[in-house]
Write a protein that binds this ligand. Structure first.
Ligand SMILES: *Cc1c(COP(=O)(O)O)cnc(C)c1O
Length: 361
């Protein structure tokens, strides 16, 4: 059997270090904030080459708090990719702003910068590119459009830990960069966790305040915030795992390279990597018009696969009120019918790629 992802293997590899980190927090008597939260924030900011990092309770909150910190709310338009995990859209809805979906480039599965300029209206206030599957979006043209129209760029980097765009790590290209450390992400906690990285001290301070009841000083509340803080147990675990992130990304890269070789000529559309991109390989997503049959065949051969994502946001019941016909965003609809995510993670040997090839022969 080849599981889609073996989360326990990540614990097994680092168990003594993780157990010691957890014990340290339990012994500290400090269960909100504290040294491990501040330590992880400093280490993650440094890793991302960002001036600031603010921990949050999860990735969705990182997106919502970043939008709020940029002053985006009702009446404002936010450009989002049509093909993404629904969290990107939900964040925009949560602040009462208007979704402006833009279709993705079928070659990269990421938002198509050429279509963004045409989607900008006088209401547009921000662009939210998603580095989907760990492939960096084409940020330079996006930043250029943002500059020309005075828009904020809020990146959804929930799948892009360690990915590089033109040699520089994702983490501070846009105004705010939003991270999830959900257990299955490339840098995964053992529960919910998230963060925002940014070079802008005002955005950092406002995200921190909004996630702490709108308060910088205990019992002094200057705005209506929420409770969304990074848990110290998760921070301590993330510090352990961060030290191994580059090595784990290397293993993902080796598996992706093995897939590219083993699956050549099988008729599947394999991921295409632009020359300026160094993906983090959160997911290895292939495409086939016969996707369901392909998935059934791999299941029979003991190979676990998943679909990211089977229903695009505009076709979800949650967004029925927008009245967006399935074919209004045809690329998102088509991708949902054709994509298949192969097993991917730091604990799967590259040799597994040949088992997949045999299963498809
Ligand atoms: C995981 C994910 C999120 C949300 O992260 P949570 O920590 O689960 O709230 C947002 N956007 C994308 C693209 C994701 O993959």
């Amino acid at each position: 059997m080849i599981p889609f992802l073996d989360l326990h293997a990540g614990y097994a590899e680092l168990q003594p270090e993780i157990d010691a980190a957890v014990a340290r927090v339990l012994d500290s008597g400090c269960y909100i904030g504290g040294e491990d939260v501040a330590g992880f924030e400093a280490e993650w900011a440094a890793y991302c080459s960002a001036a600031h990092c603010v921990g949050t309770g999860n990735g969705l909150d990182a997106l919502i708090l970043s939008l709020r910190a940029c002053g985006i709310g009702p009446g404002d338009g936010v450009i989002v990719p049509s093909n993404t995990y629904i969290a990107t859209w939900l964040a925009v809805s949560a602040v009462g702003a208007t979704l402006q979906p833009v279709e993705t480039d079928p070659a990269t599965h990421n938002i198509d910068p050429a279509r963004i300029a045409a989607a900008v209206t006088p209401e547009t206030r921000a662009i939210m590119p998603v580095h989907l599957y760990g492939q960096p979006a084409d940020l330079d043209p996006i930043l250029e459009i943002a500059r020309a129209h005075d828009l904020r760029v809020i990146e959804d980097a929930a799948q892009a830990h360690g990915a590089r765009y033109k040699g520089r790590r994702i983490g501070a290209h846009g105004d705010a960069v939003c991270w999830s450390f959900y257990p299955g992400k490339n840098l995964g906690a053992m529960g919910d966790a998230g963060a925002v990285t940014t070079d802008d001290p005002e955005i950092a301070a406002r995200v921190r305040r909004l996630g702490n009841y709108g308060s910088d000083r205990k019992y002094v509340n200057v705005e209506r915030g929420v409770n969304s803080r990074l848990d110290p147990l998760q921070a301590a675990i993330l510090r352990v795992k961060l030290a191994h992130l580059d090595e784990w990304t290397e293993r993902r890269r080796a598996l992706a390279a093995a897939y590219a070789e083993a699956l050549e000529g099988t008729g599947l559309t394999l991921p295409q990597v632009p020359k300026w991109a160094e993906p983090a390989w959160h997911l290895y997503v292939v495409r086939s018009p016969e996707r369901d049959a392909l998935q059934a065949r791999l299941t029979e051969a003991g190979v676990g696969t998943l679909i990211h994502y089977p229903i695009p946001p505009h076709m979800q019941e949650a967004y029925a009120d927008l009245g967006l016909a399935p074919d209004s965003l045809p690329m998102a609809k088509q991708l949902a019918g054709e994509v298949l995510s192969l097993p991917m993670g730091p604990h799967l040997e590259p040799e597994a790629s040949w088992r997949l090839r045999d299963a498809l022969a």
